[in-house]
Write a protein that binds this ligand. Sequence first.
Ligand SMILES: NCc1[nH]cc(CCC(=O)O)c1CC(=O)O
Length: 310
Amino acid sequence: MNTAAPWIIATRESRLALWQAEHVRDLLQTLQSRPVQLLGMTTKGDQILDRALSKVGGKGLFVKELEVALEEGRAHLAVHSLKDVPMELPEGFVLSTVMEREDPRDAFVSPRHARLEDLPEGAVVGTSSLRRQVQIRAIRPDLRIEPLRGNLDTRLRKLDEGQYDAIVLAAAGLKRLGLADRIRSVIEIDQMLPAAGQGALGLEVRAVQTDLIGQLAPLNHAPTRMAALAERAVSRALGGSCSMPLAAYAAWQPDGQLLLQGLLGHPEREGLLRAQASGAPRTDAEADALGQQVAQGLISQGARDWLATC
Ligand SMILES: NCc1[nH]cc(CCC(=O)O)c1CC(=O)O
């Protein structure tokens, strides 16, 4: 019998969060001998559903309670969708692990239409993401975009009830929950650049947990880590937690270069700013530097003025 105290994973309780935490639990159990348990918890981000995240304090709302559980020793690690993790972690916390990325793209979901381009004029599309809104507007300025919050099941239910003609969701979440058949089409990267970290899981621990960090090392996927850290650095360099219509996506090319693209929209004005850079980062610091280059590219086109309104 194994009598060692278990490692405890703090997780939100949405179906997607639980799937992700269980996935990490199962992997961690194969890597070491201590048992692993989940501690489910509700965050502010799960409770406040009537307002856009950008209006109530942004991404931190999904992780704060989990960090408090780590701080108080009620749990040892938190499993997050990396996309939901704020750009700056609080003092004493580290992103120990970035796991291999699922499909990073956004998915078009609709009962009657196959693609964004096929929607009738003036159709209603549900999304509360500023990043998705500005890119949808660039493709189809005629569409009506309406807010849509809640976990994946809630969003799909609202679509099925007829409140929207279509919605846009991350392909990764739908695939993880066995809902890939709801995807009518994936939206290609050049049409809709993903959010920093989309499709990747990030594990957060307190920096003092060196034993645990060592045991998690095999779960780290270096190519995804470099890509995701470069993406996150774009956002951090532009002001981090300020909610903005920003996209950042990095992909390894056949020639061994990591190509990082950044895109910034404006909440009211038309047009999108785009910048890109490539390199071959091997360390967190090098990935960060690549992200800063792209942020500089956006800033040199006036990104600071665009951000002033947010
Ligand atoms: N903002 C919520 C959220 N956070 C992570 C995912 C999907 C899974 C992922 O990107 O890893 C989603 C749902 C969505 O955007 O459709």
